[in-house]
Design a protein. Structure first.
Length: 260
């Protein structure tokens, strides 16, 4: 336990010194507040820009709080997730290829401690970023479009946090198993591209990991059946645990193969 704590503190300090704990949350905050603000002031923005044809009229659709929270979630799913993958996909593989991992391999440190410290460090940044982003989105959505209850906000944030734990466990597990280039390619294919494919073809099934983020918003107003939500949630938790086990195994395997 002491070894794991030391390694985790090292990851936390690295995230702090490299400003990951600053710029990634700020990015999510920007993504979170952009949709409610831009959509609310869109007509004013268009009038300020000018150069519209004479007689041109744009009828803005009536948006509700749920629509803005879904838009925020979609922003996180594309831009936010890609940034997180790009930042953390080399968290183990870069150290291994650069030789610095050997300094840890020669010490009496378990593969579980190595992997879990990396995963917890990445997850901390991801969860903090999503929390700050959603707080910004929920605040402006409540002010501009209607009240959002505490239980609704808690459900959305908690559900997306579970999804992020899966994203980080898969990303770090791929980093433990492959080189950075291969891990990045697989992570992009499995997470963002997989989500796009699921959105295009997902009408044929109701339970896939990629649906959890949207279900976290839709379940709050009864738009979907609660059984779909809970089944998807349990599936994501199960896959997350599997990724953690495989990540620890890959870390141990590469440590055994390393020349020390």
């Amino acid at each position: 336990m002491n070894t794991w704590r030391v390694l985790w503190i090292k990851e936390f300090r690295e995230s702090w010194r490299s400003f990951k704990l600053l710029w990634i949350p700020l990015l999510f905050l920007f993504l979170g507040v952009s949709d409610p603000l831009v959509n609310y002031f869109m007509e004013d923005i268009l009038n300020a820009v000018g150069n519209m044809p004479e007689g041109f009229q744009m009828i803005m659709p009536e948006l509700h709080a749920r629509d803005l929270l879904l838009a925020t979630t979609e922003q996180f799913q594309m831009m936010g997730i890609i940034v997180l993958i790009a930042v953390f996909v080399g968290t183990i593989s870069r150290e291994r290829s650069g030789g610095t991992a050997t300094l840890i391999y020669v010490r009496p440190v378990s593969a579980a401690s190595i992997f879990l410290s990396k995963w917890m460090g990445a997850s901390l940044v991801a969860l903090l970023s999503a929390l700050i982003g959603y707080i910004g989105s929920i605040y402006y959505t409540s002010v501009l479009y209607g009240e959002i209850t505490f239980s609704t906000a808690l459900t959305i944030i908690a559900t997306y946090s579970v999804w992020l734990l899966l994203v980080m466990s898969l990303t770090v597990a791929l980093s433990a198993a492959f080189t950075t280039a291969v891990a990045a390619s697989l992570a992009i294919i499995l997470i963002p591209i997989g989500g796009i494919l699921d959105s295009l073809l997902g009408g044929y099934w109701h339970v896939t990991p990629w649906k959890l983020a949207r279900y976290g918003v839709l379940v709050t107003d009864g738009t979907i059946e609660s059984s779909y939500y809970w089944t998807t949630l349990l599936l994501v938790i199960g896959i997350t645990l599997l990724c953690l086990v495989l990540g620890i195994w890959a870390t141990d395997r590469n440590r055994r193969l390393a020349a020390v």
